[in-house]
Design a protein around this ligand. Sequence first.
Ligand SMILES: [Cu+2]
Ligand SMILES: [Zn+2]
Length: 191
Amino acid sequence: MKKALLAALISGIALPALAQAPAQPPAAAPPQPGAAAPAQAVQTFEGPIVGAKGDQIGKIAIRSSENATVVRVTINPGGLAPGWHGTHFHSVGDCSDVGQFQLSKGHINHENAKHGLLHPEGPDEGDVPNVYANADGSVNAELSTESIVLNGPQGLKDGDGSALVIHANEDDHITQPIGNAGARVACAVIK
Ligand SMILES: [Cu+2]
Ligand SMILES: [Zn+2]
């Protein structure tokens, strides 16, 4: 367009005449191989959260890029005791020992870090913020981490999967090994 305008000025053609010239179809945009990548790169996972008595008390919805993971935690009224609850990614996708949830093993921790978002030698890959249960026991929370993603050999969906485990008490984010979060009261398989 600049060239056309310049040519018009040089040749003395008035601008209105230029405006009447047949419109040039816009040049086709060059293909951009990476253009669609961001949307395609988001992986998702959804699954139920099982409570201490084995009933489904809510669900998790995970979105993950190559660099970060976002987890939405939804728990129905009556699902948890009111207040703060430590929440972690445990290393095995097994919640079948209802009420104990020990089969989910410990926190995901490939680099042998200390537990805790606030620990100077932490966090481990399982560490995420606490969730808060309302007076009616319901939760609507969204947690995020840049320590682990869904896919890949060390991802949440690795060979034996992983579990999002919710504890009875809040995680202080520094005490070993689980921030004084206490018993495991809810569990969601990620596989
Ligand atoms: Cu835990
Ligand atoms: Zn931890």
